[in-house]
Design a protein around this ligand. Structure first.
Ligand SMILES: *Cc1c(COP(=O)(O)O)cnc(C)c1O
Length: 418
């Protein structure tokens, strides 16, 4: 059958799904441009409606009027801890085991260094081929600094279990693959790593906020991730890190700044680590960027993560089903796993013209993104994505593919940020 001959979309179907969605009211707590279909919350989360007023108050009152007094009076000094406590239920962490600080890349550096210290005689950092580049770069840099005593071993995702032997110091993995949306079995791999005597460091950048994580229950050793993706903390918002309580007093950060000192304001000449996870802090935190995370995490206060995950699964399910139905024969393949428990909250399609296709979609007000070499990525953020958005995205993509408007010159030029 020719694609043109297919039954037209029935918009009533999505309307019914949206009307019966228990999370639908959450969309009102975001400030999204009218008419825009935003499917890139996995890259930069939407702005919570409460954020501008909160930031204005932090700038005008806490900074403008409170000035340096606000380190105490406005709780700036403990903001890293306070935001970390907000993340405890989202990550399934133990109390006092999460801090918000630095970037994900820097946190990975600190945590990987700490993990390697706990496994001095094992040479291998194990990861998979497709892991997010920054994770591998950080590991390579750290390996160079250890005089070549360690090495990075990269295997295919389905070879990880077999590769977990006595040489492995740390298994360092993304929970959800940024490019395919495939989700690893965090519980199984953590258990297998421990059985081999290895530690785990999970990068949960693409699952925090959309997949219940249970880091503590699964005995995860270390984890880090972004707050600017599904957690909606704002562009470049500081990241989080998690350290299992058993390790906190055993680890020594390689970045020994004064904020991780036992007594920062004693200004002692020599370093002494703070108690517990605070030793992983480094320098003065970026208060304005951290402040934007507070109203974002407030949205999770009364949310049931199981319900968030359930909606996420239904959104991605619909996306895949409609892509199969409406885009077949048009050169599009779905590269995201079809089994719900094997994917995160994004759907990725491959197409030889992925870049101009995404540009043409954006020009029509449907925002997804492109990843090398041929991937169109669509994040389904369950707090603000409607089922009708999924329909619009698929319908637009179908029209673009059939009409050929992706071939226009203006859509070919590659931009710096994709
Ligand atoms: C987005 C992302 C990062 C980004 O790290 P930054 O230091 O914030 O730039 C790291 N790892 C993964 C898996 C990501 O998806």
């Amino acid at each position: 059958m020719q694609p043109q001959a297919k039954t037209p979309f029935d918009p009533a179907e999505a309307r019914v799904l949206d009307a019966s969605d228990p999370l639908a009211p959450m969309r009102n707590r975001f400030d999204l441009p009218e008419g825009l279909i935003y499917l890139d919350g996995n890259s930069l989360g939407a702005m919570p409606a409460a954020t501008p007023a909160h930031l204005a108050q932090v700038v005008k009152q806490q900074w403008g009027e409170g000035l340096v007094r606000s380190w105490n009076a406005a709780g700036w000094f403990e903001l890293s801890r306070r935001l970390g406590e907000r993340l405890v239920p989202i990550l399934g962490a133990a109390p006092d085991s999460v801090r918000v600080c630095d970037s994900t890349s820097i946190n990975l550096y600190k945590l990987l260094a700490c993990a390697l210290q706990l496994a001095p005689d094992r040479p291998v950092i194990l990861t998979e081929h497709g892991s997010f580049p920054t994770d591998s770069y950080i590991a390579q840099g750290l390996i160079d600094q250890t005089g070549g005593r360690r090495r990075l071993k990269r295997v295919a995702a389905d070879e990880l279990l077999a590769a977990l032997d006595r040489s492995v110091a740390v298994l360092m993995l993304s929970h959800v693959d940024y490019r395919s949306g495939a989700m690893q079995d965090l519980a199984q791999l953590t258990q297998a790593a421990h059985a081999a005597g290895a530690l785990v460091l999970w990068d949960v950048s693409h699952s925090a906020g959309v997949v219940p994580l249970d880091l503590f229950r699964h005995a995860v050793d270390f984890a880090a991730g972004c707050t600017y993706k599904y957690l909606n903390g704002g562009p470049g918002a500081p990241a989080f890190l998690y350290v299992a309580p058993v390790h906190q007093s055993r680890i020594a950060t390689p970045l020994r700044g004064w904020f991780g000192h036992a007594r920062p304001f004693a200004f002692e000449p020599d370093y002494a680590p703070a108690k517990g996870i605070d030793r992983l802090l480094c320098g003065t935190p970026p208060i304005l960027s951290m402040a934007a995370i507070e109203p974002a995490l407030e949205l999770w206060r009364d949310l049931d993560l199981a319900a968030v995950r359930a909606k996420s699964v239904r959104l991605t399910e619909r996306f895949i089903a409609l892509a199969d139905r409406e885009l077949s024969g048009l050169g599009v393949d779905c590269v995201t796993p079809r089994e719900a428990h094997k994917r995160g909250s994004q759907v990725c399609l491959s197409h030889a013209r992925a870049w101009p296709l995404i540009q043409a979609l954006i020009a029509r007000g449907v925002i997804g993104d492109f990843r090398e070499p041929d991937i169109l990525r669509f994040g389904c953020a369950p707090l603000y994505t409607r089922f009708a958005d999924i329909d619009r995205a698929i319908l637009s993509l179908r029209e673009i593919l059939l009409g050929g408007d992706w071939s226009r010159a203006e859509f070919q030029q590659r931009k710096e940020v994709t």
